[in-house]
Write a protein that binds this ligand. Structure first.
Ligand code: UT7
Length: 332
């Protein structure tokens, strides 16, 4: 007879206990951008809402940005580093296939023997990581999980490509997720459409590019992505509210992936969110930072006082894959 396996169980729910972010020092204004591409400050602002973005310097590698953001999230969560037993880093710009970034930053943070791994889910990466952290905690596989979205998109951006150069930027955002008898992370709504894999993709793989002295860069066909985001993803955002049992009137904050203010505006119209809902617009100063954009925006809203601990926020990420994910969360 097969021996019965003992299973673990965890608390009923999880919640975000702390959030933190790191933005590179170098500010790249639209004016500077227009020395690299044929564009204008007016066009960039009108079409995207971006005024400036940050690009990381040589002294700000991905691991540094991750540890800086993580330290702030851990401090706010007031969780002992010895008690963090899993680390998930979401990134598409960690340029080594192995080892993953998560175990490296876990060691730099002085964590003791945590499970540590990376995930690649582009601009949905933070919400994917949050879904995993929530599941790990509720099934008893981890008690306290550090999740991070971190990108150095400037490494993989063709600075002369007028369809992407002004958009992509660098930064990191982290959160500590802990167990909670009162759920602070709602059910994830997520999915993918690989038939559209070629609308945001690397121009070539590293094996071809590097021997020829090149770096691959990110190619994006913006129009179909825009269409998908303002139709299918807007529906998915509504589905998140429905599945969480939250009416638009009960929502306090909306933090969509910071891809384009026009996408955010379109989602707002689609969701019919009431005027009192605070809407993240950090793309204005930080551009599109892919997996980092949601935690950076969350941290900014909390730090500026525009949003408050205990408020209910809808978050949704979407991007290359195509992939998407989102949840309703209670802010730390
Ligand atoms: O993070 C992952 C998810 N990503 C997204 O969600 C991005 C979704 N896509 C977008 O946000 C938009 O498609 C972009 C911001 C990337 C581009 O905006 P758009 O309104 O779709 O521009 P377009 O490519 O349709 O071009 C419109 C016009 C064209 O001129 P004509 O043909 O109308 O005369 C372009 O040549 O704007 C011109 N244009 C530019 N002009 C100044 C295109 N790029 C530029 C530029 N500066 N950089």
């Amino acid at each position: 007879m097969t021996a019965p396996l003992t299973l673990r169980t965890g608390p009923a729910g999880s919640r975000i206990a702390g959030v933190g972010s790191y933005l590179p020092r170098r500010v790249v204004t639209n004016e500077e951008m227009c020395t690299m591409i044929d564009s204008s400050d007016e066009w960039i602002q009108q079409r995207t809402g971006i005024v400036e973005r940050r690009w990381a310097g040589d002294d700000e590698p991905l691991s540094y940005m991750v540890t800086e953001a993580s330290r702030k999230a851990i401090a706010q969560a007031q969780v002992d580093t010895d008690d963090i037993d899993a680390v998930i880093v979401a990134s598409v710009t960690h340029l080594k296939a192995t080892p993953a970034l998560a175990p490296i930053v876990a060691a730099e943070l002085g964590l003791k023997d945590p499970a540590a791994y990376d995930i690649s889910a582009a601009c949905a990466g933070f919400c994917y990581a949050l879904a995993q952290a929530d599941a790990l905690i509720r099934t008893g596989s981890a008690k306290n999980v550090l999740i991070v979205g971190a990108e150095r998109l400037s490494d993989l951006t063709d600075k002369s490509d007028r369809s992407t150069a002004f958009l992509f930027a660098d930064g990191a955002g982290a959160a500590v997720v802990v167990g909670s008898d009162t759920p602070g992370v709602g059910p994830v709504v997520w999915g993918s459409d690989g038939t559209q894999a070629d609308v945001i993709t690397q121009t070539e793989d590293f094996r071809d590019a590097v021997p020829a002295g090149r770096m691959p860069t990110v190619y994006m066909d913006g129009k179909p992505v825009f269409r998908w985001a303002t139709t299918f993803i807007a529906d998915a955002a509504r589905d998140i509210l429905t599945q969480t049992g939250i009416e638009p009137e009960q929502l306090d904050v909306f933090i969509p992936h910071q891809a384009n203010n026009r996408i955010t505006d379109s989602m707002l119209r689609h969701l019919k969110l009431p005027d009192h809902v605070v809407v993240a617009r950090s793309i204005k100063y930080f551009g599109n930072t892919s997996a980092s954009s949601i935690p950076i925006a969350m941290d900014e809203l909390l730090t500026s006082g525009e949003a408050h601990s205990g408020q209910t926020a809808l978050i949704i990420g979407f991007g290359a894959g195509l992939v998407y994910a989102g949840q309703v969360v209670v802010l730390p």
